[in-house]
Design a binder for this molecule. Structure first.
Ligand code: PMP
Length: 432
């Protein structure tokens, strides 16, 4: 395919006319498709229906240590769940606190605690004039929404295939005491699907922040979410690395079974150092007597152990791998060589990150919406919804059926081409 940047004005004009007709045809189909959120599809949810049989009215709801899960107690979560989630997170059960049904809830609480009571005896953030946060971009909109809600000033940090820009992070945290944290999705990141390389993780573990209460918010939401058996990303375990580096309290690590069993009805956890855990428990004791132990037990009985979970994740991969590959194929067939777009092709996680020409993302998302395909709003991958280049779009391929997804992805490429061809045509001198 001829690059749009090498086309003459006449060629571009003919291309725009051709694409307009194509787009009109799609509009005639009255589509109603959704590629906006990283939700598991029905087939994926069905994979966990066996969990409903793991407990019934005949079941013994006692834990291995005799605790009756029907009753109050066990703030940190039942031991067997801490073992299972410990294996999933690659952490010792002693470092794990099982929470409720959502890891975002844990992250929110972690910031709320720091805001209200402070981190390990440091000044509560509500008493400070300014609290700042580092946000690798593109990133996860719900992370940014939490820090925005608390009035925390967010500073974007560019991502690359290796992870966030560590030179910038080291420099900023060393000189600015008001920087209290950073959002990280270290494996199969949302939205690029990148995994931090060894050097990045090692440098994180060796950060020397000016603020004693600076913490890395290590959201390992996609730790076991591989798409392939034979090429999987590997991530150095951060808690162990922090300990090795003499920085044991630097990190809070989060995870959940949301995209393993049922989103909203899974179990979430935090893994961190004994000091941090004690700091958390002190407040958590006032918040709850304990989380849902029956659900914890249900998960343990369903999976048995980590091997059961790994096997289960293979089934997820079998369902969603063809969807990722279909989108990637359609992008390649329709966009490669045009010099208007690039996208990631991850080995795991839930998203593909798509970059188009500067100033086109909003228009593309709008055009797709008008033809019945809902996409994550442009700008969502940046703090305050402000993508300075207006060129990043998050693609979530898991939820639609394969056929719907192919239609949606094809229409999307038509929108990309139409918008970009027009922008190049209208700014011809600038592009040539
Ligand atoms: N973290 C990341 C990076 C995510 O992508 C998601 C889901 N989209 C979550 C957290 C949400 O997790 P939970 O359901 O456990 O709150």
């Amino acid at each position: 395919m001829k690059s749009y940047l090498k086309m003459s004005k006449n060629e571009l004009s003919a291309e725009i006319e051709r694409l307009r007709k194509k787009y009109k045809k799609y509009q005639g189909l009255e589509l109603k498709l959704d590629m906006s959120r990283g939700k598991p599809c029905l087939e994926q949810l069905d994979l966990s229906m066996g969990m409903m049989d793991a407990l019934n009215s005949e079941a013994d709801l006692s834990c291995e240590d005799g605790t009756d899960c029907r009753n109050y107690g066990v703030l940190e979560g039942i031991h067997e769940a801490r073992v299972l989630i410990g294996d999933m997170m690659e952490n010792n059960p002693d470092n794990i606190l099982i929470y409720g049904n959502s890891s975002l809830n844990v992250m929110y609480d972690q910031i709320a605690r720091s805001y209200i009571q402070g981190v390990m005896g440091n000044t509560p953030w509500c008493k400070l004039d300014k609290v700042k946060w580092l946000c690798p971009v593109p990133g996860y909109d719900r992370h940014f929404a939490i820090t925005e809600y608390f009035g925390i000033e967010m500073i974007p940090v560019p991502m690359s295939k290796k992870g966030p820009d560590m030179d910038m992070i080291e420099d900023l945290v060393a000189k600015d005491e008001s920087i209290k944290g950073i959002w990280c999705v270290p494996k199969y990141s949302n939205p690029q699907g990148y995994s931090y390389n060894d050097e990045t993780v090692r440098r994180f573990a060796r950060l020397k922040p000016a603020a004693k209460d600076f913490r890395i918010y290590w959201d390992n939401a996609y730790g076991v979410h591989h798409l392939y058996d034979d090429h999987q990303d590997y991530l150095i375990e951060i808690l162990a690395e922090c300990k090795r580096a003499g920085n044991p309290d630097l990190v809070y690590k989060f995870s959940s079974t949301s995209k393993i069993t049922f989103p909203g009805s899974g179990i979430a956890a935090i893994a961190t150092s004994p000091n941090n855990l004690e700091d958390i428990r002190e407040q958590l004791r006032q918040q709850t007597i304990g989380h849902d132990k029956v659900n914890q037990l249900r998960h343990v009985r369903f999976f048995g152990d980590i091997h059961g979970m790994v096997e289960h994740m293979r089934k997820h991969a079998d369902v969603i791998r063809p969807k990722f590959e279909a989108v990637e194929t359609i992008f390649r067939e329709n966009l490669e060589g045009l010099d208007i777009a690039e996208w990631t092709e991850p080995n795991g996680g839930y998203f593909i990150s798509f970059n188009s020409l500067k100033g086109t993302a909003k228009k593309i998302v709008d055009k797709a919406n008008k033809a019945g395909v809902k996409l994550t709003p442009a700008g969502s991958t940046w703090p305050y919804h402000k993508d300075p280049n207006d060129n990043n779009i998050r693609i979530a391929p898991t939820y639609p059926t394969l056929d719907d997804l192919k239609t949606a992805a094809s229409l999307f490429t038509v929108c990309v081409k139409l918008v970009c061809a027009k922008v190049i045509f209208e700014n011809f001198e600038e592009y040539h």
